[in-house]
Design a protein around this ligand. Structure first.
Ligand code: SF4
Length: 480
């Protein structure tokens, strides 16, 4: 029986040559056999080239481009009979030149469906590859393990080259592997899951990012699983959170519905009443310690932001911290909890501090503006950037925190914090990471706000910007 042995599972050139030879020799689809060489890939295409039969009339032929396009996709399908299907179509094109237009034809429909499956597998690979950072002799490189539904590694590798051009990375799959060194893309042998790193700090970032973008009010479990099939979950760090987030979605939705600004608790209300009675929120009030400052903030009416917030959120941390980190303002969760940086941005900050070797327990963490500025949007309270005059009004409290804590370094996160600390508008990307002397003898340093990292829509940008953020924190650590 005429048999062709292809060099590997996706050897389209080999299949094309064999199929051409079969058809010219008049080999019927039922008689044609296609196999794949072993791992060594050493066999030649034909052990015995097919001999022309008496019925073979053709000496050459062409096929429509539509067939070639579909066949190039179908060969990537994992089905064992894909070569036979492609050859059957090629054979029938001899007498039915417009066959590929007959979408109701069983073979055509079958090929179209397999091509669609391959295209979907490529799309899923683009969406679900997760790189993990590792160090090698040349520095930082990124490695991902992925199990595509079909053999789409080579088809999809170009997407990652375009997307992660400036990184060095490898993608390992059970079918093969590919490597990008910043200049050239090369392909290598199949790999095992153990060959890839199992976790890294980026994993925590992914989880924080996913949890922060997960909206329980919009949850549709079936739709989500359609978009993010369970077969990919084991390679997605954030997937570990899904059962918990889904289980908690009803409760979280109720919290979102109920999370309109509420009255401060009784203890807080008493403290505010006392502060108001004492006039401690008035111009000129100088707090003797952080406790007094906290009461002053609760009673503050220096700008209108107190009206819609649940409570003022003061800084937290050791009284004599060497490092003070200043954010923009409390977010939704901080406003409810009464503590700075406890929401998603706080989790990103914590993970980055740990990576940079800075213990958050030794840092005084605060915000430029102490009340949550927001606007209601449906069931949610959306962050609004404080105005320059609001930042200026609230600097009163930040300056007092600096006077009481006396940090050696003040790290401003983002433009609003930089404005509050330096009393001037700052281009964060131009001045980040550089020491800037302050009038009290301490040093200011600037970097981006962690919520900026959470908002980036593109994975390459997220990985790159997070690395830059950690680098800035390491510079701060070195100054301490
Ligand atoms: S945001 Fe600052 S200045 Fe405005 S009311 Fe609150 S504590 Fe006072």
């Amino acid at each position: 029986m005429p048999t062709a042995t292809l060099a590997h599972e996706t050897d389209f050139e080999g299949w094309r040559k064999a199929a051409r030879a079969f058809r010219l020799a008049g080999v019927e689809p039922a008689d044609a056999r296609f196999g794949v060489a072993g791992a060594a890939g050493t066999g030649s295409l034909f052990d015995d080239p097919p001999a022309r039969t008496g019925s073979a009339m053709e000496t050459q032929f062409t096929v429509p481009k539509a067939f070639v396009d579909v066949a190039q996709e179908v060969i990537l399908h994992r089905s064992a009979d894909r070569f036979d299907l492609m050859y059957r179509l090629l054979w029938r094109l001899k007498d039915e030149p417009d066959l590929m237009k007959v979408v109701s034809d069983r073979d055509v429909a079958d090929a179209m469906e397999r091509a669609k499956n391959v295209s979907r597998a490529s799309h899923k690979m683009k969406a679900f590859v997760r790189f993990r950072a590792v160090q090698d002799e040349a520095g930082e490189t990124f490695v991902a393990w992925f199990e595509p539904a079909h053999r789409v590694l080579e088809k999809t590798a170009g997407f990652f080259v375009r997307r992660f051009t400036t990184m060095r990375w490898s993608i390992l799959t059970p079918d093969g592997s590919c490597f990008w060194d910043g200049e050239a893309l090369t392909f290598g042998p199949a790999a095992r899951a153990e060959d890839a790193p199992q976790d890294d700090e980026i994993e925590e970032f992914w989880k924080t990012y996913y949890a922060s973008t997960f909206n329980p009010a919009r949850l549709k479990v079936q739709t989500m699983q359609g978009e993010m099939p369970k077969r990919y979950w084991k390679n997605l760090p954030e997937a570990a959170l899904i059962p918990e987030l889904v289980a908690a979605s009803r409760a979280r939705t109720e919290v979102m519905v109920a999370s309109q600004p509420s009255e401060p608790n009784a203890r807080l209300a008493k403290a505010i009443a006392r502060s108001v009675r004492d006039g401690s929120w008035e111009e000129g009030f100088v707090a003797a310690d952080l406790e007094e400052l906290r009461h002053g903030v609760q009673a503050c009416r220096r700008c209108p932001l107190y009206r819609d917030a649940t409570q003022g959120v003061c800084g937290e941390g050791p009284r004599a911290a060497k490092l003070m980190i200043v954010g923009e303002q409390p977010g939704d969760q901080e406003d409810l909890a009464g503590q700075p940086f406890v929401g998603p941005a706080g989790q990103v900050l914590d993970a980055a501090l740990e990576e940079a070797g800075i213990d958050r327990a030794e840092v005084y963490v605060t915000n430029a503006v102490k009340h949550f500025k927001h606007e209601p949007r449906g069931k949610r309270r959306l962050h609004k950037t404080p105005t320059t005059s609001e930042v200026s009004a609230c600097r009163w409290w930040l300056d007092q925190e600096r006077r009481l804590v006396k940090p050696k370094v003040v790290l401003a996160l983002g433009g609003t914090a930089s404005l509050a600390v330096l009393n001037r508008k700052v281009a964060v990307t131009q001045e980040r990471g550089e020491p800037l002397p302050l009038s009290d003898g301490s040093t200011a340093m600037i970097t981006v706000h962690p919520s900026y990292l959470l908002r980036l829509p593109d994975e390459e940008a997220r990985v790159r910007e997070r690395a830059a953020f950690v680098r800035d924190l390491k510079r701060v650590r070195d100054r301490l």
